[in-house]
Design a protein around this ligand. Structure first.
Ligand SMILES: [Zn+2]
Ligand SMILES: [Zn+2]
Length: 308
């Protein structure tokens, strides 16, 4: 008898939520990273697979191995491939231990892998990723120090009462010291990391975010206690928050590894109120997400044909 081939590594989860791609891998206790290429950010880094290495910014939610194991490999591979040193943001209490880890690797390898690890004040500290785009940190509630993040787009807009004035007039006003713009802030994506329920779901920026990516480790009605003990979210907790989230899409990650995806889909269909079901997505539900993507492709093609 000829033995079978080894199993193929599972495909990454993928959702196109215009204008953003949300892609990655997330199974509780195994591995979690969620990348948004358009924003050049990866939330958590899992085992630092090839796909996530391109993100210049990593927003680490907490230090559990399934979220942070790839730290050294992320810096090392980027260095090896001639990319610039990425930036890993983390809870301030993890900054030193993570730097110590990198320092240990430098000793182990006798090779000076460059790294940038920065603690973020959970009280809303911001990091500017690129012009107008900021990562804001906030405290969440897990068994270890943990952060959630919101990506904010901040732009200055001409005050409405000044719209239409000639350039010279505006310039003169500005030179006279008058404020001619308002700052407009748009929360784009919120990432909750591993967390139990709490007021972090009721932050204004989280409630206003266009996409909310949240863990929901337990769906089974009998697993409420497990969720409490591990400080994770249970589907019942998430359902309570759905009404106050204005997100167009709520992406569920970090499902328990014992849960079959078919069961998870059924559970959502049974438990989530009809008005919210359409915007709930399971990151790892490859079959459903592929169908959805193919429909998006078909619609785009039809649109293009119509324009011709
Ligand atoms: Zn986890
Ligand atoms: Zn965890």
């Amino acid at each position: 008898m000829i033995p079978p081939e080894p199993p193929r590594s599972p495909q990454l989860g993928f959702l196109y939520l215009p204008p953003f791609r949300v892609q990655g891998y997330s199974i509780a206790g195994e591995e979690t990273f969620v990348q948004i290429p358009e924003l050049d950010v990866c939330f958590d880094l899992g085992r630092a697979r090839r796909a996530m290495l391109t993100s210049n910014h990593v927003a680490l939610s907490h230090g559990h191995m399934d979220h942070a194991a790839g730290l050294a490999y992320y810096f090392s591979q980027r260095h090896f491939q001639g990319m610039r040193t990425g930036t890993v943001l983390c809870h301030p209490r993890m900054e030193k231990p993570l730097q110590d880890l990198m320092q240990a690797w430098i000793d182990v390898e006798s090779q000076h892998t460059p790294y940038k690890i920065m603690g973020m004040d959970p009280d809303g500290e911001e990091f500017e990723m690129k012009n107008h785009y900021f990562l804001r940190a906030f405290e969440t509630d897990h068994t270890v120090p943990s952060l959630g993040y919101v990506v904010i787009e901040r732009r200055s807009k001409l005050k409405p009462e000044l719209v239409g004035l000639p350039q010279e007039k505006l310039k003169a006003l500005k030179e006279s010291g008058q404020e001619i713009t308002n700052i407009k802030e748009v929360p784009l994506v919120a990432y909750m990391g591993d967390t139990g329920p709490g007021s972090h779901f009721r932050r204004e920026d989280v409630q206003a975010a266009k996409i909310v990516i949240t863990e929901c480790t337990f769906l089974d009605p009998t697993h409420r206690d497990r969720a409490r003990v591990g400080k994770h979210l249970h589907l019942d907790d998430l359902i309570k928050e759905l009404g106050s989230l204005s997100a167009e899409a709520v992406v569920v990650t970090h499902l328990s590894r014992r849960l079959h995806l078919g069961q998870a889909r059924d559970r959502l269909d049974q438990a989530v109120p009809a008005e919210h079901r359409g915007r709930m997505h399971l990151l790892m539900d490859g079959r459903t997400n592929k169908q959805r993507y193919q429909q998006q492709l078909a619609e785009a093609e039809a649109e293009e044909a119509r324009m011709d």
